[in-house]
Design a protein around this ligand. Structure first.
Ligand code: SF4
Length: 401
């Protein structure tokens, strides 16, 4: 296995000490004199002198707590960051759980890839699920999101709402979406949902009543055949629910994206699925054809799911052409440029979230690394045999990215 060029950005770490205090969700700041310090934690810099004393909570770089006598004497609450989270900045939102000694990053101000994790519960068990569901109650996750949303920069361009299956939260899901509308009116919201609960028209109507100005529901679909989709999501009847859900959402004026994860089961019907979409779901605003993320069940089932992406390029080409000919908006996610035919490059997006996006050492020699989406960190387990640096710069007329 090759060595990675980049490492992932951790979103979780351990405090150096535990303590008996309630969990807090705070925005980090280096503003020494904010109008209010509510829900703010002062982010101390290494070797910083004259630390302002008006905050309840301080987050300090690792190995610095002993060197902060002014804070210690005042018995203010200080939490020491692990080295792995030393990248945290002004404006980032974190959750500190002092008893468990955990610190988790909810929002990174400088990142274009922020998602709120609403629940770990799900009514499907997709064979490639990157976030396998849990059955234990986890309402604290949604509560944490509600607490975090007002702390997020309102100029954030895009925010994902994900799970698990967010719609299982019922009223709390609508509450969270409404909170996004009120606190982040300029932020595009992308909800990842299996769409099954929108099978009930009243549920789609409730979503429409929120009247969010910029919200898209991203719904996975794996086949034009009901039984094959149901197999992929391991839930009998799911296909019918999802298709009815999509139709109900459209009926209520909700914007929809379809997401097709390509693996050994879905690859065989890719052309038929594209045809099915153009004929039956032409109103969706975007179709994303996505490479597999081999983590979670995607890792457990990798041997069964694996198909080298280079082996389905011909079908991918036809599927994209079919969607485009029908006037639909198609994109290719999670694929490396060197395995795509050049005329598919205009559809390839740098879609992998920055915190888990890596490149191979051989990518250093590639003339297109800055435009290539690279790999999931978890893809290092298995990736295409056809990865090869593109060493020549193509004539401009051949490619527009
Ligand atoms: S070699 Fe180039 S095109 Fe291939 S994965 Fe690396 S950066 Fe992307």
């Amino acid at each position: 296995m090759s060595e990675l060029k980049k490492t992932i950005t951790p979103l979780y770490g351990m405090l150096t000490k535990t303590s008996d205090a309630e969990p807090v969700i705070v925005r980090l700041t280096q503003n020494r004199d904010p109008s209010s310090t509510d829900n703010l934690a002062y982010l101390v810099q290494k070797d910083e002198k004259n630390i302002p004393l008006g905050f309840d909570t301080y987050v300090v770089p690792d190995h610095c707590t002993e060197t902060l006598p002014s804070l210690n004497n005042d018995k203010r609450v200080t939490y020491e960051l692990p080295q792995s989270l030393s990248y945290l900045h002004e404006g980032d939102v974190i959750r500190i759980n002092p008893r468990g000694g955990e610190i988790s990053v909810i929002y990174r101000h400088h990142s274009p890839s922020n998602s709120l994790f609403l629940t770990e519960q799900c009514n499907s068990r997709c064979v490639m699920c990157s976030q396998p569901p849990k059955i234990q109650p986890d309402s604290e996750l949604a509560e944490a999101c509600l607490e975090a949303i007002p702390l997020i920069d309102p100029e954030t361009e895009e925010l994902g709402l994900t799970g698990g299956e967010p719609t299982l939260l019922d009223e709390k899901f609508f509450e969270i979406l409404d909170a996004c509308k009120r606190h982040l009116p300029n932020t595009a919201i992308h909800v990842l949902s299996n769409g099954r609960l929108f099978n009930y028209l009243s549920y789609a109507q409730k979503l429409a009543e929120i009247d969010h100005p910029d919200c898209v529901i991203g719904i996975p679909i794996y086949s034009d055949l009901a039984w094959e989709h149901d197999f992929c999501v391991q839930a009998t009847g799911a296909y019918d629910q999802t298709i009815r859900g999509i139709l109900n959402l459209a009926r209520c004026g909700i914007r929809i994206e379809l997401r097709v994860v390509i693996h050994s089961y879905s690859a065989t019907r890719l052309l038929y699925l594209a045809e099915f979409i153009t004929r039956n779901l032409p109103f969706v605003e975007h179709v994303a054809l996505m490479g597999l993320e081999p983590i979670g069940f995607g890792k457990t089932n990798l041997d069964a799911l694996w198909i080298d992406p280079v082996d389905y390029q011909a079908d991918l080409e036809i599927a994209v052409s079919r969607l485009v000919e029908a006037g639909m908006n198609a994109s290719i996610y999670n694929h490396q440029l060197c395995i795509l035919p050049t005329h598919l490059w205009p559809f390839a997006r740098q879609s992998i979230s920055d915190w888990k996006n890596v490149y191979l050492p051989e990518c250093e020699k590639c003339a297109f690394q800055d435009r290539c989406g690279g790999f999931f960190h978890s893809s290092m387990r298995k990736y295409s045999k056809s990865i090869k640096p593109i060493e020549t710069v193509l004539p401009e007329h051949e490619i527009i990215l």
